[in-house]
Design a binder for this molecule. Structure first.
Ligand code: ZN
Length: 489
């Protein structure tokens, strides 16, 4: 490999040459979704960012164990006035088991990830399935002297820890500053200091999701699950920890403090953070209440959307920006992404029609090298895309007879173009509908819709609705007509 892989490490704040801990193997942990609502564009960006890292490490020949958790213990985001966890609240309102709510949104999240062509992680552990491990982890922090119990809850002693270690090393914040700016909230009088964080919370009587522990019937603090599950599945030191920039503080800072307290050293070699998506200049997110869910994008059912956008358009839109830059949502930008993706799909189809010539007069030869250089420079997907556009331009002029390419170079161009669009960027171009050459794909949709017609004739509304809704979620619009159906993407 000529190009070393450079990764921007948020911890050291510079690009570093990637050296895995174990030759040929990489362990990667990414903070996953909290499953009490539908995923939004910010979730897609984080999932796609680390899907690219996962894909490219495999492209380089590494065996990767990719762990992404599911936060299904919904203690994280309390309603400020009620103090009830969101999953419990939803379960109560909808008369469901909390686990039913968590499972429902987990399924929806996985469906959306599949539509965005994100590869599934190697392990997807759930916080609720690792309570025993988390209790054991709290005990280790206790034994090291960095935790205290207060009224049935257990807190991490940030003041004590910061005397021995560097709390704030990841985010660049310091404890004095935090003490000044952190307000004690109601119900937090049991903490010694406002910046201490919960390792275990005693459950209030109305709290449904609770487990027995040495301290109280309660539930683990949110930061704990990631320290516990990453150690369990990747070992006490591992290569890459990823997540959205909004998790840098306090979540990842607290993870570092927990692992240093419990293990005596940091667990993570490279911290990677994807930047945020903005909408009207503000961060898009649940806490800002300005988010558009992925299903709303796929169906066009949000007031800010002028149309539905296919999952591949969303993926391409996200990859057109470097993961460490902010990305501003707009309908114009999405429609430009749609056109760009179509150009690549057309180029891929045209590539098949090229007849080789006696010599190569285009710059197609070093496409692989240029794409690899860009990917090795901290996963620079926008540069890869611009190289692929250059190749699309070459393909057009060859077909127009203004340039030529030898058989050997043509084969290499086809391989490289396909590898970087499909395998590395994960752009499922044929699913976009841009590649009109793909008859099998059209036949498969027709087949699905004829099964739906049959279901309707049999009054099997469940099946017929399921097919229509799931196709709609993938960006298809289906119309019933006098003599059958019509569909478009
Ligand atoms: Zn996490």
């Amino acid at each position: 490999m000529e190009n070393p892989l450079l990764i921007y490490n948020t911890h050291s704040r510079c690009k570093e040459v990637f050296k895995p801990l174990h030759e040929g193997h990489v362990g990667m942990y990414v903070c996953g979704p909290t499953v009490y609502g539908d995923g939004h564009l910010g979730h897609a960006r984080s999932a796609i960012t680390f899907d690219i890292v996962y894909r490219y490490l495999q492209h380089l020949g590494y065996k990767v164990r990719y762990v992404r958790n599911i936060t299904d213990v919904g203690h994280l985001e309390h309603d400020a006035d009620e103090g009830e966890d969101k999953i419990s609240k939803k379960a109560r309102l909808e008369q469901k088991e909390p686990m039913e709510v968590a499972q429902y949104y987990t399924n929806r999240y996985r469906d959306a990830m599949r539509a965005l062509n994100c590869l599934p992680p190697s392990i997807e552990p759930q916080a609720s399935g690792h309570i025993i491990d988390q209790i054991a982890y709290v005990k280790r922090i206790f034994d090291a002297g960095y935790a205290y119990e207060s009224e049935g809850s257990v807190y991490f002693d940030v003041m004590k820890y910061s005397k021995d270690h560097n709390y704030g090393c990841l985010s660049g914040r310091n404890v004095d500053e935090l003490l000044e700016t952190t307000r004690a909230l109601d119900g937090q009088q049991e903490k010694h200091n406002a910046c201490d964080f919960a390792l275990w919370k005693k459950a209030q009587p109305e709290h449904i999701m609770r487990w027995p522990s040495p301290w109280s019937d309660g539930f683990p603090g949110w930061h704990l699950e990631c320290s516990t599950m990453s150690e369990k599945y990747l070992g006490d030191t591992f290569d890459i920890h990823g997540g959205g920039l909004d998790l840098l503080f306090p979540h990842h800072e607290c993870e570092i403090a927990q692992s240093v307290a419990a293990q005596g050293h940091e667990a993570v070699h490279y911290w990677m953070h994807n930047n945020m998506i903005t909408i009207d200049g503000k961060k898009m997110g649940k806490s800002y209440n300005n988010f558009i869910t992925l299903n709303e994008f796929f169906t066009g059912s949000h007031e800010k959307l002028t149309k539905a956008y296919a999952p591949m358009t969303i993926r391409f839109f996200i990859l057109q920006a470097h993961y460490r830059s902010t990305l501003d949502f707009s309908n114009d930008a999405l429609q430009a992404a749609e056109k760009g993706l179509e150009r690549l799909a057309e180029a891929q189809a045209r590539l098949e029609r090229i007849k080789p010539g006696a010599e190569t007069t285009v710059n197609a030869k070093n496409l692989r090298q240029r794409c690899e250089e860009a990917m090795c420079d901290d996963f620079n997907t926008p540069i890869v895309i611009s190289h692929l556009f250059d190749a699309a331009h070459d393909i057009n002029i060859i077909l127009d007879g203004k340039a030529s390419i030898t058989k050997e170079d043509l084969e290499e161009l086809k391989r490289t173009f396909h590898e970087f669009t499909s395998d590395v960027l994960g752009l499922n171009i044929s699913a976009q509908g841009g590649s009109t050459d793909n008859e099998a794909y059209k036949k498969a949709i027709d087949l699905l819709l004829s099964i739906r017609q049959q279901a309707k004739a049999n009054k099997d509304w469940a099946t017929s609705d399921k097919i229509r809704n799931e196709l709609a979620a993938l960006g298809f619009s289906v119309k019933d007509t006098k003599d059958g159906f019509e569909w478009s993407l």
